[in-house]
Design a protein around this ligand. Structure first.
Ligand code: AHG
Ligand code: MN
Ligand code: MN
Length: 337
């Protein structure tokens, strides 16, 4: 007898023990996990599946879409619209929300996703992922509007990501810690491989795109300068650096061994709060990181406390090991910047 615990078993046990997963939420998570398996198949086929390269289109944020951005978006919509667990979906790759068609029953949840995170890495065979966030629909009439989605991240019912890397791993929180499931390709099932994930409070590893250094605000410059000064600087230790350019991969490393990730505001496009998207990237990752004992701020404020004003809102992101995120946040607050 194998002692392996499948995703389904894990969710059923959570439902029984902690009452943290109502049946519709369990179905929703299983459907998203199944969609991620389909996306993983396309990702793995690469050039053989004609899934590499650009799609000759732009998303609402003016970014050129890759074929896989569109494929992953379609897979997630198709998988989720008929099950009766959702009222509507929002995606980084769609201008406006996607309502569940009238021919299907409407459920209690709203789903947000970044269907393919790390698009610049698709064609060079580096880890990429899918990020998702689940909110409850608060109004109880059938109609859904963008406003229903504009809830602070602390109201998320669940969040997760799937990383398509050397292994395909699903990372999940329903607000009761963080669990990791590895895809067993032969069996086609998700197997629990890490429960109660914890991020160490201290770290000697930072992740930031250093090429933007000259555009950063003083608190970010100060923090990185101090890290770079190593053993003879104020931090009195040497730091290591990693930057994968897939948020999923950088956050996954932090969940596995600690670290700090930053995509701060910078002066290239000063009117934008940051590059990353609050509802598809920062909120789900912030929820996961906090559930693993880390912190997530925009430099001044807890990410999960921010009430979004629009679906595609951008935000500065500082997340990971608690003591380092506190330090960066303190530098911002001290500077009043
Ligand atoms: P996406 O592929 O969904 O647009 O997200 C890319 C994001 C994020 O995953 C990553 O941390 C960051 O953009 C990388 O940005 P740079 O290329 O500016 O380093
Ligand atoms: Mn992304
Ligand atoms: Mn994306």
């Amino acid at each position: 007898m194998s002692s392996r615990i499948s995703l389904t078993q894990y969710l059923v046990e959570q439902q029984r023990q902690n009452n943290s997963i109502p049946p519709q939420l369990r179905l929703l998570i299983e459907v998203v996990a199944r969609a991620c398996k389909r996306i993983a198949i396309s990702v793995n086929k690469g050039a053989l599946g004609d899934v590499l390269g650009s799609a000759d289109s732009e998303n609402v944020q003016g970014e050129v879409q890759k074929k896989l951005d569109i494929i992953a978006n379609e897979v997630l919509i198709e998988a989720n619209e008929w099950g009766g667990h959702l009222a509507a979906m929002g995606s980084e790759e769609m201008d406006s929300i996607h309502l569940v068609p009238n021919r299907f029953p409407q459920g209690e949840y709203l789903l947000l996703f970044d269907p393919l995170d790390g698009s610049s890495n698709i064609d060079v065979n580096v880890s990429i992922g899918t990020i998702f966030s689940v909110l409850r629909k608060v109004n109880n009439h059938r109609g859904v509007s963008e406003e229903d989605f504009l809830q602070p991240g602390k109201q998320q019912a669940a969040a997760g990501y799937c990383i398509y890397g050397p292994q395909t791993t699903l990372v999940l929180t329903v607000g009761d810690g963080v669990a990791m499931f590895t895809l067993d390709r032969e069996m086609g099932s998700w197997v629990l491989t890490e429960d109660n994930v914890r991020i160490p409070a201290d770290t000697k590893e930072f992740a930031i795109n250093m090429s933007n250094l000259r555009h950063w605000a003083p608190p970010v410059k100060r923090y990185i300068d101090e890290c770079l000064a190593g053993t003879t600087g104020p931090r009195e230790k040497d730091f290591n650096m990693r930057w994968i350019a897939s948020m999923v991969a950088d956050v996954h490393r932090i969940l596995c061994r600690g670290g700090i990730f930053m995509y701060p505001w910078d002066a290239r496009e000063p009117q934008k709060a940051g590059k990353l998207r609050l509802m598809y990237e920062a909120n789900p990752m912030g929820f996961i990181v906090e559930q693993a004992g880390g912190l997530a701020t925009n430099g001044k404020q807890r990410i999960l406390d921010i009430t979004p004003t629009k679906l595609h809102e951008r935000v500065a992101v500082v997340l990971g090991s608690k003591n380092e995120v506190e330090r960066v946040t303190r530098y911002h607050l001290e500077q009043g910047d």
